[in-house]
Design a protein around this ligand. Structure first.
Ligand SMILES: Nc1ncnc2c1ncn2[C@@H]1O[C@H](COP(=O)(O)OP(=O)(O)OP(=O)(O)O)[C@@H](O)[C@H]1O
Ligand SMILES: [Mg+2]
Length: 472
């Protein structure tokens, strides 16, 4: 070798020695390592002393080694002069890196195989970036949320399939349309206002609900999450919107509200029907059964005056007592159905009568106070409503509260008559009341049907207050 060739050879060696970004090394024809550069040491973790003489299959993950990949790579380089591939490679410490590998066959002047040169580059960072890009693209393409980007003039520049599907446009059709073109006219002004704020940097982000119009002019309700995307110097790149179609959800919500309103109306009808029916039964009992029993009573009394026989008299007296008892129980049933005092003497009297009867029946002490004769001016239907509410509240107290005392108060307050029933019983947590019960619901409905409202205050241990306020 002449001087010039030797010098070039030396320079080349120095070059290889100084490269640290690439692992550059030689293999003998069997694949054993014969030279090693600092780049190889840096990337793979072995020193030259550790690796020279070992087979290069060491750098492959076990599964690839088992599949014969190292020999295949050499075979291809030998046949084609060169083989290039990317894949996971193993470092000395067992960690992996993504390598871009080129193997070239080295041949002597007579064409005989002398070995291989292998150049490997660590592309892990680039691979991650690429994977992330792929992931981002996949997310953009496949997420169920619509994503659309608009330039500073509000023209759509990109949209994902979900957004296009939502509005029924193809990508080409949407191209060139502005956000105003796909927004419901009723929401357009507000949409442009928010958009301008974003473009001019007055805000970075906004969340709101709006209506779009799809390709067929159908209204699409959506929840928009809009943000301004800026480059490093704060200049606007685009405005990006994440759009969720909530049309169905709103529809379901409205249907629910409607059926709630229907249920209310139904309960109100039920309450009214119940009141009418009670009144009818009370009237029937009074007019037919009551009258007849009274007549029977008188007849029996007359017959009794004419009887001599002791046994017959005893029988008849017995019958008279039976008729009396029946009359009384019918009266008390009638009173329950339609307290007579309510119509004749008003709410305060009816409440006083009911409270007394209740106290006797339950053993709970009840104080009724009618402040300022509040109930005098009450409309009949409001009086009935308050009376029934008091009845249910008192029955609830007897059933659920274990109260010792109950206060029933009628007050006259700023254009309202307020009834409150407070017990000193165990109370209940609002969330824990069992479902499918009617008392509370009908009390509320009665109050509302009378143009007022009902509130229930209760907490464990301190008792319960039911308060109904209705206009007089
Ligand atoms: N005064 C009270 N003290 C303690 N708990 C009460 C009181 N009033 C109501 N509750 C609780 O609230 C629940 C609901 O009352 P509501 O009147 O609606 O139903 P109910 O009395 O159980 O049954 P219904 O009135 O339909 O016959 C009761 O089951 C009870 O647990
Ligand atoms: Mg009840």
């Amino acid at each position: 070798m002449d001087m010039r060739a030797r010098a070039a050879d030396e320079q080349f060696r120095l070059l290889v020695e100084s490269v640290t970004d690439y692992a550059i090394f030689l293999l003998d024809p069997e694949g054993r390592v014969t030279s090693w550069n600092p780049g190889a040491e840096r990337i793979k973790g072995y020193t030259a002393a550790e690796i020279v003489g070992r087979h290069f299959s060491l750098f492959y993950p076990p599964e690839e080694r088992a599949a014969g990949a190292p020999d295949a790579a050499l075979g291809r380089a030998e046949r084609e002069g060169r083989s290039q591939y990317e894949g996971w490679r193993v470092r000395k410490d067992g960690t992996r890196f993504w390598g871009d590998v080129v193997i070239s066959a080295l041949r002597g002047p007579g064409g005989e195989l002398r070995g291989f040169a292998k150049v490997t580059r660590d592309m892990t960072a680039r691979k991650r970036e690429r994977d992330n890009d792929l992931l981002r693209v996949a997310m953009f393409e496949r997420t169920p949320a619509g994503i659309a980007m608009a330039d500073a003039s509000g023209r759509y520049v990109q949209a994902n399939p979900a957004f296009l599907r939502m509005l029924g446009y193809s990508a080409d059709e949407l191209n060139g349309k502005t956000l105003g073109d796909v927004t419901h006219p009723g929401d357009a002004e507000e949409s442009w206002r928010v958009f301008t704020d974003l473009v001019q940097g007055r805000r970075d982000q906004a969340d709101f609900q709006k209506r779009y119009l799809d390709r067929n002019g159908q209204v699409i309700w959506a929840r928009d999450s809009v943000a301004r995307l800026a480059d490093a110097d704060g200049r606007l790149r685009c405005v990006v919107a994440m759009v969720e179609d909530i049309t169905e959800r709103r529809r379901a919500h409205e249907a629910l509200r409607e059926s709630e309103a229907q249920l209310r109306a139904l309960t109100r009808r039920l309450v009214q029907a119940e009141e009418l029916e009670r009144r009818r039964i009370a009237r029937e009992l009074h007019d037919r059964v009551g009258q007849n029993l009274s007549a029977l009573n008188i007849n029996l009394d007359i017959v009794l005056g004419q009887l001599e026989d002791a046994e017959s008299r005893r029988r008849l007296e017995d019958s008279l007592a039976l008729v009396d008892a029946t009359l009384q129980s019918i009266e008390s049933v009638m009173a329950d159905l339609r307290p007579p005092l309510l119509d004749e003497y008003g709410l305060a009297a009816a409440l006083a009568w009911y409270a007394e009867e209740y106290a006797q029946r339950t053993g709970i002490r009840v104080d009724v106070q009618n402040a300022h004769d509040a109930a005098r001016a009450l409309r009949p239907e409001a009086a009935v409503a308050l009376f029934r509410i008091a009845q249910e509240a008192l029955n609830n107290a007897a059933k659920h509260s274990a109260a010792k005392r109950i206060k029933v108060l009628l007050e006259d307050q700023a254009n309202e008559i307020v009834l409150s029933v407070s017990d000193d019983g165990r109370g209940f947590a609002p969330g824990q009341a069992p479902r499918g019960r009617w008392g509370m619901t009908t009390m509320r409905e009665r109050a509302e049907a009378a143009g007022g409202r009902l509130s229930v205050e209760s907490s464990l241990g301190t008792g319960t207050t039911v308060r109904a306020a209705v206009p007089p």
